[in-house]
Design a protein around this ligand. Sequence first.
Ligand SMILES: [Zn+2]
Length: 231
Amino acid sequence: MYLTIGNISKDVRRQPSQHACVLLGYLPTAKLECFSSGRRSVERYRLFHYCMTQILKPLVVCGKEGVLMMCPDGLVRRIFPILAAYIADFPEQCLVACCKESRCPKCMVARDKRGESTRSSARVQRQTMKSLKKYENGEISKEEFDGNLGLRAVYKPFWADLPHCDIFMCITLDILHQLHKGMFKDHLVSWCSQLIGEDTLDEQFRAMTSYFKKGISSRKQWTGSDHKELE
Ligand SMILES: [Zn+2]
C-alpha cells in the first residue's frame, strides 16, 4: 500500500526517483485455509478491510482535527488530509467497494446489463453503508443484498469513518483493464464486428496496417502494444 499527496504535480509524482510515494504498509496474502472454500473469498475481503482500517486509523483524526505540517515555504500550517483518490486494478476496486467482481464498483448497473448503453445510478457511500449495516443485522434478504445490490458482507469497510470521503468517487480508472481491454477491446470491437461482420472488420484492419496481417478475429493473445495498435 503506497501513499502520495494530491498537491505534488503529476510529472513529479510519476517519477520513482522523486520518492513522491511512501510505502504505507504491506497487506497479507494469506491462503485462509482455516475457512471453508465457500467462505474464503468473503473472509479475504474482511481481512483486507480490517488491515486497511488499522493502517488508516491516524487519517480519521487528522481529517477531523487537522495536523501541523511544515510547508515548502517554511511556514507551519494546519493541514486536513483526506482520502481523495484510490488507484487500483479492477479486482482490487471491487475489494475496496465491497462489491462482487461481476459488478461495477462505481454504479448499480445489473450484472447482465454491463456493456449496454444504459445509464445507471452511481453507488453512494452513505447508501452503501446503510445496506451493509442492514445486512449485518439481518434486516435485508440475501437475495436483495447479493443479487440486487451486488455487495459482499463486509462490516465495517475501512472507509466507513474516514471524514469527507466518498470511496466510490475516489476510485480512478484502471487504464489497461478498463480502457484498453474493457471499453475498447471487449465492447467497441465486438459492437463493430456485430455491425459489419468479422470478415469485413478483419479486411479493414489488414488494409489499414501491416501490424494485423491476419486480421484481428483469430488473435488469441493480446498484449498492451497490440491494444494500442488496434486503437
Ligand atoms: Zn458502472
